[in-house]
Write a protein that binds this ligand. Sequence first.
Ligand SMILES: NC(=O)C1=CN([C@@H]2O[C@H](COP(=O)(O)OP(=O)(O)OC[C@H]3O[C@@H](n4cnc5c(N)ncnc54)[C@H](OP(=O)(O)O)[C@@H]3O)[C@@H](O)[C@H]2O)C=CC1
Ligand SMILES: O=C(O)[C@@H]1CCC=N1
Length: 302
Amino acid sequence: MSEISIKDNYTLCMLGCGTMGSAVLSGVLDSLSTFSDARTVPIPGRFLACVTRQESANRIRSTYGDKVEVFLHGNLKAVAQSDVVVLGCKPQLCEEILTSKGMKETLKGKLLISVLAGTTIKQIQDLTGPETFVVRAMPNTPCKIRQGMTVISFPTPPSPSSSTVDLTQVVPSQSVRPAIDWIFSQIGRAVFLEEKHLDACTALSGSGPAFACVMLEAMTDGGVMMGLPFTVAQELAAQTMQGAARMVLEGSHPAQIRNSVSTPGGCTIGGLLVMEDGKIRSTIARSIQEATNIASSLGKKK
Ligand SMILES: NC(=O)C1=CN([C@@H]2O[C@H](COP(=O)(O)OP(=O)(O)OC[C@H]3O[C@@H](n4cnc5c(N)ncnc54)[C@H](OP(=O)(O)O)[C@@H]3O)[C@@H](O)[C@H]2O)C=CC1
Ligand SMILES: O=C(O)[C@@H]1CCC=N1
């Protein structure tokens, strides 16, 4: 077994740089512009982005200038120059990209972080072969403004007693986990979880910004209905959701916040009862259930 290690100033390649790839890239570049040098963890020093459409290449060049080198139809060339590759294509393109001529050999000895929904580490590892170290991450779009949530899963190491240990399988050195943690902690919160939870995380935090925005829009609509100008209503809704969420992240229990806002006989409890009549809780919870079920099927061949 050989070890894979990440050196400081490494080259980071976004193999697919659309919504999610750009969100991660933007957050990391932004964090580097304010980063102090007191650290021991390896950080990236060069950034590459792979796309297939000219308009995407133009978008990346105009957004990042010379901070990011764009590879238009140049996956192999980009991966060859990289140490860490973030796979950011649609799940259905994964096989085509990873089995393209020369890719398997080029990925040898590198770290591949897949952000693909519903595509397991094993599925990816079967395409790359054992000499690439494959990790999954499930970020979300607020990574773009460094307010993201990312769940990271490592492959389960084979037990020492296993009779099927693959001696060609690369293993991570001590530098790998902190390097991955650094990327995603710079652009929001990052937690490590077992891979079995990733479909639920995909639904809850990966898709979550969309669900939160539906609630935000609905609250805004309510304000507009009652005569508030749209921009005021939207600001009130967004700041209120952010404020409540931050209180929870800082330790308050949501039920405690709800109680403290609900004056007996007051307007809040009146509004809450209408929400409960509309089965808002089970509707939202079942939305996460449905999104989880769909997420689990996204990596499967149709
Ligand atoms: N959107 C989200 O909020 C989240 C998405 N994800 C996951 O992230 C992944 C990407 O999603 P998203 O960013 O929304 O999708 P996008 O379509 O926005 O981005 C996909 C990117 O892949 C590129 N691409 C397509 N074909 C190739 C190819 N052959 N070689 C190299 N690059 C290629 C596209 O290039 P071009 O622009 O030129 O077409 C594009 O930059 C998905 O697997 C999704 O499950 C995970 C969490 C959240
Ligand atoms: O909707 C999707 O499939 C992707 C995964 C999570 C967010 N967007």
